[in-house]
Design a protein around this ligand. Structure first.
Ligand SMILES: Nc1ncnc2c1ncn2[C@@H]1O[C@H](COP(=O)(O)OP(=O)(O)OP(=O)(O)O)[C@@H](O)[C@H]1O
Length: 245
């Protein structure tokens, strides 16, 4: 499997008002062409790790290396971060415009990804006219429109009602399996064991803060996965063993 990026010896301590808070303690792993879930208890440093991978936060030491030099990243946040005064089309086109893509080309690309997430009829709507699930779809389209090689998702379904969350999980998996986007690797942060086993190829379980890697579980189950199968339960048990270790 080709390596997409290497996360090497990442250490991070927050310093505030004379206090220090060690958050990440020498985290290292490689990501190939695969779907990786990062699972860990609340406050252990999952979001911080994702932000360091995205270049939004600086590590104290360690490095993030993109193996093939292509470091285009799409980031899907926990709750939609759409600009309320822009339409769906304008929101999705915005990162492209910010990168200097001419308007016509940016809008063409934005339309492609808006229709991929099923919102072609809503491109002229404003965020307040959309449901929570639709807003998260716009977020997904916006992350994909920059044509990233790596897609980072920070608890992308946790703010949605269970039915919407489940259909978005399946849609993301369908896009991933059919290879209809430029994405070659996904890293998703979650604290939901079921979600990690349902979606990921590999689950990296972190300890409580300061986070170390407690264990890595390979999920070698065909998709779509059957949550009620004994094999699924077995993988869940493996994950829980690392969580309670
Ligand atoms: N900019 C910051 N300055 C100071 N402390 C921070 C900062 N960002 C995060 N922290 C602290 O670092 C710790 C790890 O935060 P982080 O958001 O990475 O955890 P998490 O595992 O994603 O949590 P959750 O599952 O609750 O979202 C927390 O105690 C948090 O309060």
């Amino acid at each position: 499997m080709q390596t997409i990026l290497s996360i090497r010896n990442i250490v991070k301590t927050f310093k505030e008002g004379g206090k220090t808070l060690p958050v990440l303690d020498h985290i290292s792993f490689d990501v190939g062409e695969e779907f990786v879930a990062i699972l860990g208890p609340s406050g252990c440093g999952k979001t911080t790790l994702l932000r360091i991978i995205a270049g939004l936060e600086k590590a104290d030491s360690g490095e993030i290396v993109f193996a093939r030099g292509d470091s285009r990243i799409g980031f899907i946040f926990q709750s939609p971060t759409l600009l309320p005064w822009l339409t769906v089309l304008e929101n999705v086109a915005l990162p492209l415009r910010a990168n200097g893509v001419p308007r016509r080309e940016a809008e063409e690309k934005a339309r492609k990804y808006i229709s991929l997430v099923g919102l072609q009829a809503f491109e002229n709507f404003y965020p307040h006219e959309l449901s929570g699930g639709m807003k998260q779809r716009v977020n997904i389209a916006r992350a994909l429109a920059v044509e990233p090689v790596l897609l980072l998702m920070d608890e992308p379904f946790s703010q949605l009602d269970p039915l919407t969350a489940e259909s978005l999980r399946s849609e993301i998996l369908d896009m991933w399996m059919w290879g209809v986007t430029t994405v070659r690797a996904i890293i998703m942060v979650t604290h939901n064991v079921d979600e990690a086993v349902f979606m990921a190829d590999r689950i990296i379980v972190l300890t409580t803060r300061p986070a170390k890697i407690a264990g890595i579980v390979h999920v070698d189950l065909p998709r779509p996965r059957d949550r009620r199968s004994p094999e699924f339960q077995k993988v869940e048990d493996q994950v829980y063993e690392y969580i309670s270790a």
